[in-house]
Design a protein around this ligand. Structure first.
Ligand SMILES: NC(=O)c1ccc[n+]([C@@H]2O[C@H](COP(=O)([O-])OP(=O)(O)OC[C@H]3O[C@@H](n4cnc5c(N)ncnc54)[C@H](OP(=O)(O)O)[C@@H]3O)[C@@H](O)[C@H]2O)c1
Length: 402
């Protein structure tokens, strides 16, 4: 679907109407659809972390990952232990555990990161899924707007800490490249551009503007996903990004179309499309009798909506690429705003300032950490043989002054 470049604030679709019609077209048309993950694709022994795994899409993804042999960590603020027991029963796997975290509270996120670090957990597949659509604006524990805090700040902090603590490490081969998958939304395409002069400021809004602000928080998330992908994989430029459709025709013809650059950690994002889940739990009581049947009739079940997540998380070729965006089962581009590297840098630096107190809790940087965030002084973020050959300039860089 063609992107529109309209007024100064429109960064993708020029209206919510355009975004909704695109979503409906994509849902009911088969054109350009990718094949789902093969039934026999296994991930035995891989450590998979899913946020918001007690409900909807996250729960379904947790079940599917466990069925394929993953060790699943469900990172949730509620449903402990019942949702975990459900996932065990429905997947037939005991390799499932639940950890508690409230993503709207940075102290809770920090404590959660400490637990992963202290247990020396190394994640192979991270599904950053938790999300919400509140009826009105509300404040997080630290006073930020709730969706900004959960959709963006918590993910920004977790990824920084995981790289710093070695909870996510660059893969040693394309078979074991770790993957980080962000569940965003096409709503990011119809959001207004991020206002960096008011970055992180709390904005009051009511029921009329909720969807707009949801889109803005997902724009922060998509912009972050692209920036993280660039910083973790400096060798991969867009020109090396082989499209899945190209890779499939390459496989069929036996011809090589392109060589992707080395991927340290694959970072992808997606919109799962409309899901019959609990996302509209805050909708007014009078709307529920209308909304619930519409959702169950026209929206995808969480199991079906999980298909693009599973493809990005487990399909082999997705470990050789980074920065892929799927809208349901179609590969697309994020909005221009979200893909723009100077927006990504600004987002990175602005959030670095907001999170300063949480990013470096033990003062590692002041003890002589180089510009790379992520390893002890003796261990760079690129611990692998191939990576060591790269120059300092090419190294994965999560610092502000990249
Ligand atoms: N539903 C759709 O039509 C749709 C469309 C596009 C994108 N998405 C995205 O898909 C993702 C999954 O949503 P869903 O449809 O499956 O909705 P859901 O059933 O409401 O699940 C959302 C999950 O996020 C968790 N969560 C929310 N706030 C949290 C917090 N502060 N700390 C920890 N966990 C928190 C919820 O936990 P609790 O149960 O404890 O609240 C729940 O597990 C979201 O990112 C959403 O934005 C959904």
């Amino acid at each position: 679907m063609k992107k529109t470049k309209t007024g100064p604030n429109a960064v993708g679709h020029n209206s919510v109407f355009s975004a909704v019609t695109t979503a409906l077209f994509d849902m009911f048309s088969n054109k350009g659809q990718l094949d789902p993950l093969a039934d026999n694709q296994r991930i035995d022994g891989k450590v998979c972390l899913v946020t918001g795994a007690n409900s909807g899409l996250g729960k379904s993804v947790a079940i599917q990952l466990a069925k394929r042999g993953g060790h699943v960590i469900m990172a949730c603020r509620s449903g402990i232990p019942d949702a975990g027991e459900d996932v065990k029963r429905l997947s037939g796997s005991d390799n499932v555990e639940m950890l508690s975290v409230d993503l709207s509270d940075l102290d809770s996120v920090s404590a959660f990161c400490n637990i992963l670090r202290d247990r020396k957990i190394v994640i192979d597949i991270a599904i950053m899924n938790a999300g919400l659509m509140p009826l009105n604006s509300r404040r997080s524990a630290q006073g930020y707007e709730l969706m900004f805090a959960v959709h963006f700040l918590a993910n920004r902090l977790m990824l920084h800490r995981w790289c710093q603590d070695g909870v996510i490490k660059p893969g040693t081969s394309t078979i074991n490249t770790p993957r980080v998958i962000f569940v965003s939304s096409e709503a990011h395409q119809s959001s207004e551009a991020i206002n960096f002069s008011k970055f992180g400021e709390y904005i009051e809004f009511g029921i009329k503007d909720g969807l707009r602000h949801y889109g803005t928080s997902k724009l922060h998330l998509s912009t972050f996903a692209n920036e993280l992908s660039r910083r973790l994989n400096p060798e991969c430029s867009d020109q090396y990004s082989v499209k899945m459709s190209d890779a499939q025709s390459e496989k069929n013809s036996g011809e090589k179309t392109n060589e992707p650059g080395h991927v340290n950690i694959a970072v992808h994002s997606l919109c799962p499309g409309p899901i019959a889940s609990n996302i509209a739990r805050e909708s007014p009581g009078f709307l529920k009798p209308i909304l619930n049947p519409i959702m169950s009739l026209f929206f995808n079940s969480p199991d079906k909506a999980a298909a693009p997540v599973m493809l990005l998380a487990c399909e082999e070729s997705m470990g050789k690429r980074t920065g892929v965006y799927l809208h349901m089962m179609r590969e697309k581009t994020c909005s221009e705003h979200a893909s723009n590297s100077s927006n990504g840098e600004q987002l990175w630096e602005s959030s670095q300032r907001l999170l300063a107190k949480y990013l470096d809790p033990e003062g590692k940087r002041s003890k002589g950490m180089g510009s790379e965030v992520g390893r002890s002084e003796s261990e760079s973020i690129e611990g692998t043989e191939g990576a060591q050959k790269r120059t300092a300039k090419q190294k994965t860089n999560l610092s502000t002054s990249a």
